[in-house]
Design a protein around this ligand. Structure first.
Ligand code: IPE
Ligand code: IPE
Ligand code: MG
Length: 246
């Protein structure tokens, strides 16, 4: 499979909805948290594979705003996992810079501290940026961006005519990276679940049934091969795009 990937056209930014941990565990008669634990191992593998392939940004949906409504023991288990699995060593070994997007203020203080430390320790790594979306939802993000822009209008820092698509992009949590080229969702559901609604406008979408704990390097490679087989037209015609690429 690896040899089918055109290494010159690897997506610059891959976003993933890591879904299926709970069902994976339930099928094994284990508690759901066992599936989340197994999912951490997949994060390690896929992060390392992305650096190997030359991906520059990897954005992982780790905990949504809506996930706060899960049973409190599952929420606690997930918070505990974030705390224990952010190991500097792994980021340093792969030369990966760590970032987080989301409503961080809602997280337990120990988690906030750990996130901050990991961001600081890895800030100078350049091979890839790994972003986790934590306590994140796109509608939350867009609402916050709207508030910030409205405040700048109120304070007369901006006028109505200043507001463009770029103004919105600059006020998103993701303003330090390009939009995803490829979105992958594991676990069989065909939905976006409030993830990166603004940024996914022209991303290629790839869905697979594999539960996240079972997702392997070759599954990622398959998603990239699918991505590379598509023509991204951004509204133009097939012929226009072919001529541009000559
Ligand atoms: C994804 O797996 C991880 C999180 C949402 C935290 P799920 O926990 O949603 O697993 P399923 O979808 O119930 O199998
Ligand atoms: C989306 O998965 C959120 C994450 C993967 C963190 P969910 O399992 O929460 O999504 P829904 O509820 O099935 O749409
Ligand atoms: Mg799920």
């Amino acid at each position: 499979m690896a040899e089918e990937i055109d290494i010159k056209r690897v997506p610059q930014h891959i976003a993933i909805i890591m879904d299926g941990n709970g069902r994976w565990a339930t099928e094994r008669n284990k508690p759901r948290s066992y599936g989340h634990q197994a999912g951490v191992e997949t994060v390690r593998r896929i992060t390392s594979e992305c650096t190997r392939l030359g991906v520059k940004y990897l954005t992982l949906y780790t905990f949504s705003t809506e996930n706060w409504n899960r049973p409190s023991d599952e929420v606690a288990a997930l918070m505990g996992l974030v705390l224990t699995s952010l190991e500097d060593e792994i980021f340093m070994k792969n030369d990966v810079r760590f970032r987080v997007i989301g409503d961080i203020g809602r997280l337990p203080e120990a988690v906030q501290k750990k996130l901050q430390e990991t961001m600081e320790h890895t800030a100078k790594n350049t091979t890839m940026t790994m972003v986790i979306a934590l306590s994140y939802s796109a509608r939350w993000e867009i609402t916050e961006a709207t508030r910030r822009i409205a405040k700048q209008l109120q304070d007369k820092i901006l006028t109505l005519d200043d507001i463009t698509e770029e103004t919105l992009s600059e006020n998103m949590n993701t303003n330090f990276m390009p939009d995803p080229d490829l979105l992958i969702r594991t676990g069989g559901e065909l939905r976006i679940s409030n993830y990166l609604l603004w940024q996914l406008a022209y991303s290629e979408l790839y869905f697979c049934d594999t539960y996240w704990p079972d997702f392997r390097e070759n599954d990622l490679q398959q998603a990239i091969v699918s991505f590379q087989s598509r023509q991204r037209r951004f509204g133009k015609t097939e012929t226009q795009v072919e001529n541009e690429n000559k």
